[in-house]
Design a protein around this ligand. Structure first.
Ligand code: FES
Length: 167
């Protein structure tokens, strides 16, 4: 017969140590995960999003191209659809943001019959030239942003928004 009896004091000590350790792990694990999770996230293949618009369909007249990507906010994922105005300037493909630089409404190409071949913002009458340059004496104080853009397998791919390099 063994003489290794556990005293009441030892039993309580072991139990409290175990419970305390379990609780500490429960508090520390989320913190550790929060700290290292971004490092472990898989990066998507570049920052470009494929669209269903063929490069062959792009002309020198801006057309609206929608693109959808997955946005991750902490642990919440959602699909976001953005729009670009895309046209060709010679061999170069240009993609402009539709977000007005006045108060953020959405601009349209050729939206104002009185001012053809311009981007027009219906909110306060903001206007932009085809390259995104804001027209003086209209509300916007800066040019439309540009998107990085490239061709892949004959389709347009849109990247991140950058300051306008055309004006
Ligand atoms: S938001 Fe476009 S002109 Fe005001």
């Amino acid at each position: 017969m063994s003489n290794n009896k556990v005293s009441r004091r030892q039993f309580l000590s072991y139990t409290l140590t175990g419970v305390g350790g379990f609780m500490a792990a429960g508090m520390l694990m989320p913190m550790a995960r929060f700290a290292i999770d971004p490092v472990l996230q898989k990066k998507a293949g570049g920052n470009f999003v494929q669209t269903d618009k063929k490069v062959s369909e792009i002309t020198d007249v801006p057309v609206r191209v929608d693109f959808t990507f997955e946005q991750v906010d902490a642990w919440y994922k959602s699909d976001v659809t953005n729009t670009a105005w895309v046209y060709k300037e010679g061999d170069q493909i240009i993609a402009l943001s539709p977000v007005c630089k006045h108060l953020g409404c959405t601009v349209n190409w050729d939206g104002d019959p009185a001012h053809k071949n311009q981007f027009y913002c219906p909110c306060h009458g903001g206007r932009y030239e085809k390259n995104g340059k804001n027209i003086p004496k209209t509300p916007p104080l800066g040019p439309l942003d540009q998107y990085e853009v490239r061709e892949k397998d004959g389709f347009i791919e849109i990247g991140k928004a950058i300051p306008n390099t055309l004006v």
